[in-house]
Design a binder for this molecule. Structure first.
Ligand SMILES: Cc1ncc(COP(=O)(O)O)c(C=O)c1O
Ligand SMILES: *[C@@H]1O[C@H](CO)[C@@H](O)[C@H](O)[C@H]1NC(C)=O
Ligand SMILES: *[C@@H]1O[C@H](CO)[C@@H](O)[C@H](O)[C@H]1NC(C)=O
Length: 410
């Protein structure tokens, strides 16, 4: 099939019309057009001239599947608030989350800087609780590198298995404080530093401090959101882990959208909420430096942190306000989105949706609100999505059949 509509014309107008009329098909097709047009990864081995196939639906390998995710109307939250509440479907990336963009850009940037050369035995090291490791392992395979992932030993067993299936070396360590040399991020850095031999280089990816993380979202995710909304966006609502997503999208949009409001969505136990509201890094449960590791005291994974990273600092001045989201709200939101929309997402996406609802209530009807849906509930089956696990932790909250979002979000 040859697509004859030029993507730039199709994108903004068709998407807005489609979203406003609730025509999901338009959204899907628009995503398809933009994906088809995105032929930036040329075939370098060159037996095939990829350019000749630009009008077809071919993407170039796993990297070609990353990004250009659809922006989806969340019907339940839109109907409940009179706003257009949109979620960027990052769970559709091939590695299952927005971290694919970050991993790809960190590795590509290291290649451009001459640090990494494929098929030399060079190895990408990262200390991560999982998701970024999964994206790094996938892209390392595709690009001719090895991956070595250092993780705390208390993560869900599927994560280690998945990393091993992707051919990564997985090193599990006891969870200890960030000031400890054996802390997983510190150990990954040291392993990388000690690794290099001959041509084989040890590259520490360092997503918390690596500017390529910010750049991935500044140069791709931000422009996608801008194009997909036609620039008509009133509020952006996001959680922060490394802060790369929040800062990257925010910096891009604030330079272009007048009166855009940016809200941080922060899980309980994270210090960022107080940093944004009162300029003090303090959480009720833990003070800076006292934590066992960068995970905060919540069932939510991937967002919330008790230290300031370079990637968060880049966008901090643009954040207008913050919402703190409890585990109860996040758990009930995740069950509500399945009940109402058939949308099965992970914990950080649920936090974002709680904050997006609060933003809609605060701004009033008629506004366009964008948030991020990072990953699917499938990655959280044994923790956030396991009623047995939640009961054992004493944080089980049932969404009653008669309960609506107005009841469970405070
Ligand atoms: C739902 C959601 N919000 C925000 C983020 C931001 O993450 P980071 O701050 O590490 O870019 C993520 C990351 O994967 C996410 O899943
Ligand atoms: C994003 O998704 C990945 C993959 O499932 C997950 O491991 C990670 O914790 C998520 N990050 C955030 C911020 O939600
Ligand atoms: C790295 O090398 C230094 C110096 O040789 C050594 O003391 C240290 O134990 C090594 N660290 C690791 C994690 O292998």
């Amino acid at each position: 099939m040859t697509l004859s509509i030029t993507p730039t014309c199709a994108t903004s107008k068709a998407l807005i019309v489609g979203l406003l009329s609730g025509a999901a098909l338009t959204v899907l097709l628009t995503g398809l057009f933009t994906k088809v047009s995105n032929k930036k990864h040329k075939d370098q081995e060159n037996q095939v001239n990829v350019e000749e196939h630009v009008e077809t639906e071919i993407v170039d390998g796993v990297a070609g599947l990353i990004g250009n995710t659809p922006l989806m109307k969340i019907k339940s939250l839109s109907d409940a608030t009179g706003c257009l509440v949109l979620g960027k479907a990052e769970f559709l990336n091939p590695g299952g989350s927005s971290k694919d963009r970050v991993a790809l850009n960190m590795i590509q940037t290291a290649e451009e800087q001459g640090i990494l050369k494929p098929h030399t035995g060079s190895t990408v090291f990262e200390g991560t609780v999982g998701s970024t490791g999964i994206s790094i392992a996938m892209i390392a395979r595709a690009k001719g590198y090895k991956a070595w992932i250092v993780m705390p030993d208390d993560q869900a067993v599927e994560k280690y298995q998945l990393l091993e299936k992707l051919g990564a070396t997985v090193e599990k360590v006891r969870p200890v404080s960030i000031v400890d040399k054996k802390q997983f991020v510190n150990l990954a850095r040291e392993r990388a530093a000690n690794f290099s031999h001959g041509e084989a280089y040890g590259y520490f990816a360092d997503q918390f401090e690596n500017e390529a993380n910010f750049q991935a979202h500044y140069t791709l995710t931000g422009p996608e959101v801008y194009r997909q909304t036609g620039g008509k966006i009133d509020a952006l609502v996001l959680g922060a882990g490394t802060g790369g997503t929040l800062s990257g999208i925010t910096c891009y949009l604030k330079e272009r959208v007048n009166n855009l409001k940016v809200f941080l969505a922060d899980p309980q136990g994270s210090g960022l909420f107080n940093k944004v509201k009162y300029n003090v890094m303090y959480s009720p449960t833990e003070q800076e430096g006292n934590r066992r590791r960068h995970q905060v005291d919540t069932v939510v994974e991937g967002i919330g942190i008790n230290r300031l990273t370079q990637n968060f600092e880049k966008g901090r001045r643009y954040i207008d306000d913050a919402f703190r989201v409890t585990d109860e709200e996040a758990i009930k939101m995740s069950r509500y989105l399945v009940r109402e929309d058939g949308l099965f997402v992970g914990s950080s996406s649920a936090v974002n949706c709680v904050a997006a609802y609060r933003t809609a209530k605060q701004l009033g009807p008629g506004h366009v609100i964008v948030t991020l849906l990072n990953d699917s509930g499938q990655r959280h089956l044994t923790k956030f999505w396991s009623d047995e696990y939640l009961k054992a932790q004493d944080i089980y909250f049932e969404l009653k059949p008669e309960e609506t979002v107005h009841d469970f979000v405070k």
